[in-house]
Design a protein around this ligand. Structure first.
Ligand code: ME8
Length: 512
């Protein structure tokens, strides 16, 4: 943990275009983790934002006939509107054009510049530059002469730059990764980072004179800071670096920087080295997820595979959206999106699984008990359910702490599956016809309602809207937001006499 706070970040996004479902994949996963830690009763700081400087942004603005600032001001709300609709509950939103950020970047630059080790020096750079990555590449890193990430032509550039002496940090980085085996996850990414560092590190350029859209270097304002140094610093700006030392001491180091595998090098090599150069602790963990693909291609606006999240949310709803991407694609690996697989998951897991469970139980409570949760007679009708709840809750916790998001959600679905099967086995609709089995009926429906309560709690981080609606249908007076695990998942907390209502189906069947 950060000193006292669970601090998790998303990458900050380039607002040169509107978000697609690849960007939202990051945001949803991060929000799921952040909400889970809140559910555990932790103080959480979830940061997201936009990365607003650099040549790419300057060019997008020029193409739109605007100044860079006008352009980013017009684009940034297009990102926030998506996060609002996707129920992304960030605690702070940083824009790198804010003055708090400019101050932090200047302080970090000056600190590294003055650290007595000559870690920032002036040199000349000549190289092949990808404008989309904002990175120089060597000839052999290119694929068919093009950027290995974006597949676009690179540009030959030559300029006087300040450099950061990354090469001096290889040994310290290796010692850091050795002492902190979880500092880069998953394992495949850790191995990738170790092999890059063992292969030798080159100093990287941190300034440009060829464009003006950036933060001037405090000791040489003819240069503006190169985007990655600027962008990465956002994570400490928002934690109070240079503005609020007490808060910084409570919040930093970040627990998790959630990123895509395309920006692993910058986060797992540049960033910890930059911090070491300023005598600041590196983040605890960089977690790099895979790419979403559509028809076998990495999603992007340039190859027309960029799908805006609203195209899917309009049809499936936000909770199904969040659930689908976490559940369908093994978190950490690449995964392909298709409308068909989303439609299949929606109907199998949500409409027929959770939705059907909730509507059956609430309908029976309505028919047999006027909607009131019955008293629990001591008949043992709950069977194996309490033991399964205990087991699932504890596995879910372990998996969530390990960022194993897909198996974590699958574990909760074991409860959904078992509860539906339990209803078939106990057949409360048959018990209801036999006046001598009223106690058994009460025991079965209490257990089924209790499962719904526990599911609402456990699922609230991944599908906050649907969990909230289920909670309201259950009629529980304490707010869902006030629940904590593991206590709230203990069996038997649903109070008899609670007034439930059937309400609208959580996940109605959809026309495809
Ligand atoms: O890289 N699948 O910003 P960005 C999964 N500003 N994730 C994807 C994706 C896809 N198809 N496409 C994008 C930047 N992403 C920098 C970051 S951080 C200090 C600066 C995700 O807007 C992926 O995580 O180009 C990527 O890293 C992130 O969106 C931001 O992309």
């Amino acid at each position: 943990m950060g000193r006292d706070v669970f601090y998790i970040t998303t990458p900050i996004y380039y607002p040169n275009d509107v978000p697609h479902i690849g960007h939202a994949y990051d945001a949803v996963a991060t929000d799921f983790i952040a909400r889970y830690h809140r559910l555990r009763g932790e103080e959480v700081f979830h940061l997201t934002g936009t990365d607003e400087h650099g040549l790419k942004l300057q060019r997008a603005a020029e193409a739109a006939g605007m100044s860079p600032k006008e352009w980013v001001d017009s684009m940034e709300p297009r990102w926030r509107e998506v996060w609002a609709r996707l129920d992304i509950a960030y605690d702070d939103y940083i824009r790198t054009t804010e003055s708090r950020h400019e101050a932090a970047v200047k302080k970090l630059l000056q600190t590294v510049h003055d650290n007595g080790r000559d870690d920032i020096y002036l040199g000349t750079y000549e190289g092949l530059y990808c404008v989309s990555c904002e990175l120089y590449y060597t000839e052999d890193e290119l694929v068919d002469g093009r950027c290995p990430i974006h597949g676009i032509p690179v540009e030959a550039m030559r300029e006087e730059n300040y450099f950061f002496r990354l090469s001096a940090y290889a040994d310290r980085l290796l010692r850091h990764y050795e002492a902190h085996p979880k500092a880069v996850q998953p394992e495949v990414r850790r191995n990738e980072v170790l092999s890059v560092v063992r292969g030798g590190l080159q100093d990287f350029s941190i300034s440009r004179t060829s464009f003006r859209w950036g933060i001037p270097l405090p000791w040489d304002p003819a240069h503006v800071n190169y985007v990655w140094f600027d962008a990465l610093t956002n994570y400490i700006t928002a934690a109070g670096y240079g503005s609020d030392p007490e808060r910084f001491a409570r919040v930093w180091p970040a627990n998790i920087h959630m990123i895509g595998k395309d920006i692993l090098r910058q986060h797992a090599i540049y960033w910890p080295a930059m911090l070491m150069a300023a005598d600041i602790e590196p983040p605890e963990q960089v977690w790099a997820h895979g790419f979403l693909t559509v028809g076998g291609q990495k999603m992007s606006k340039t190859n027309a595979t960029g799908i805006h999240p609203f195209e899917l949310v309009d049809h499936f709803g936000v909770d199904a959206y969040r659930y689908y991407f976490i559940r369908e694609i093994q978190f950490g690996q690449d995964g392909s999106f298709s409308f068909e697989s989303m439609n299949d998951r929606y109907h199998a897991d949500l409409a027929n699984g959770l939705g059907n469970l909730a509507s059956r139980v609430l309908a029976m409570l309505g028919s047999y008990y006027d909607g009131l949760v019955p008293e629990v007679p001591a008949t043992g009708m709950e069977g194996d359910l309490p033991a399964l709840v205990k087991d699932v809750t504890s596995r879910y916790d372990g998996l969530m702490l390990d960022v194993a998001l897909t198996p974590a959600v699958a574990a909760v679905w074991e409860l959904v599956g078992r509860a539906n099967q339990y209803l078939v086995e106990r057949a409360p609709w048959r018990l209801a016809k036999d006046p001598e089995r009223r106690d058994d009926l009460a025991g079965v429906l209490y257990a089924a309602a209790e499962i719904l309560r526990i599911l609402a709690v456990l699922l609230s981080p991944v599908m906050p809207g649907a969990a909230g609606r289920l909670w309201t249908q259950l009629g529980i007076s304490e707010p869902l937001a006030a629940q904590n695990v593991p206590e709230a998942a203990e069996w038997g907390r649903l109070a008899p006499g609670t007034r439930t209502t059937k309400g609208e189906p959580l996940f109605p069947r959809l026309d495809s």
